[in-house]
Design a protein around this ligand. Structure first.
Ligand SMILES: [Zn+2]
Ligand SMILES: [Zn+2]
Length: 325
């Protein structure tokens, strides 16, 4: 295949991809609820207190422990279990997962899963609740959470969750596990424990989670041609324990692992495997063989499409070293 054909083929593919994503329509009206957002904003301001309290080993350990535990609550609980049903578990474990997820102060499992299912239905289309393609980076990262429009979740999409009264109760009192965590941090590590294990950890967790909505629809590699702009991003995958393999996830949503191959690090899945080994969860869903084969084929195609540059460079080198030919 000639270089020209390859480049033409590549442009055609890019054009197809662009046409799959609806162009940004009329900008939505922003109605930020600043009063409602006050606790969220105050937590950000409170981060400065890290300079006012002594840095103790206990406080730093609390930071890592609460960050990892709550990241898992969101990724393994809210996302892969409540939103996508990627595995099965019992009612007690379901409540524990919901409680850990709530302690991240990103609202309740019903609210979270409802908005997330809507995101997959409308991904990067005008009705997507947090699309950076439609509404810009700021909106997809933070704006939509502060906006009046996100207050009511589309609960008709989560009837499988609203049938559990304990989940409905927790969803209403979603702030409770966060308060319990803050008190525990105080009991274990004093004010340093609260500042590192609760304030700093919660704010870091906000932004690593939000990066999946913003960064992973803008920056990274697209393996699968999904009808959206989802991307695989190693940096976000490391920060979020595996959620950065977002293009994989948009292509095959119900899988318990979002890193499809051994080199795509996915700590959430490793923990899920551990929980499954001890019988706390079961029936972990995996992508079928055809999806894995297609992914490898796409990788090969993308690698081959990079060839023209190499060929041109080799031609130039050949010309330079054999001027007579
Ligand atoms: Zn998802
Ligand atoms: Zn997405």
């Amino acid at each position: 295949m000639s270089t020209t054909t390859l480049i033409a083929d590549r442009s055609e593919k890019l054009e197809t991809r662009r046409s799959q994503v609806a162009a940004p329509t009329k900008r939505r009206t922003r109605r930020y609820q600043w009063l409602r957002a006050l606790p969220f904003l105050m937590l950000h301001v409170a981060v400065v207190t890290v300079f006012l309290v002594p840095v103790t080993v206990t406080a730093v350990a609390l930071f890592f422990a609460t960050f990892v535990l709550r990241t898992f609550g969101l990724t393994g609980g809210y996302h892969r279990y409540f939103s996508h049903r990627a595995y099965k578990t019992g009612r007690v474990m379901q409540f524990i997962l919901a409680w850990i997820g709530c302690s991240a102060l990103q609202k309740g499992p019903i609210w979270w899963a409802a908005h997330h299912r809507k995101h997959h239905r409308e991904s990067d289309q005008p009705d997507d609740v947090h699309s950076p393609v439609q509404d810009g980076f700021w909106w997809s990262h933070i704006g939509w959470i502060l906006d009046e429009s996100s207050e009511q979740a589309p609960v008709e999409l989560v009837k499988d969750l609203t049938k559990y009264p304990e989940l409905v109760w927790l969803d209403r009192h979603y702030w409770l596990p966060g308060v319990v965590l803050a008190v525990l941090c105080w009991l274990i590590g004093g004010w340093s424990g609260v500042v590192w294990g609760f304030v700093l950890s919660t704010v870091c967790l906000y932004h690593t989670t939000f990066m999946v909505n913003s960064v992973c629809h803008l920056f990274g590699r697209r393996r699968f041609e999904t009808p959206d702009q989802s991307r695989n991003n190693l940096f976000v995958a490391l920060l979020t324990m595996g959620e950065g393999w977002h293009n994989n996830h948009h292509y095959y949503q119900s899988s318990a692992n979002q890193g499809f191959y051994w080199w795509e690090v996915d700590f959430t899945y490793y923990i899920l495997k551990g929980l499954s080994a001890v019988g706390l969860i079961w029936n972990l869903r995996k992508p079928p063989e055809r999806v894995l084969k297609l992914g490898l084929q796409k990788d090969r195609e993308q690698k081959n499409r990079l060839q023209p540059t190499d060929v041109a460079a080799q031609d130039k080198l050949a010309e330079a070293t054999n001027p007579a030919t």
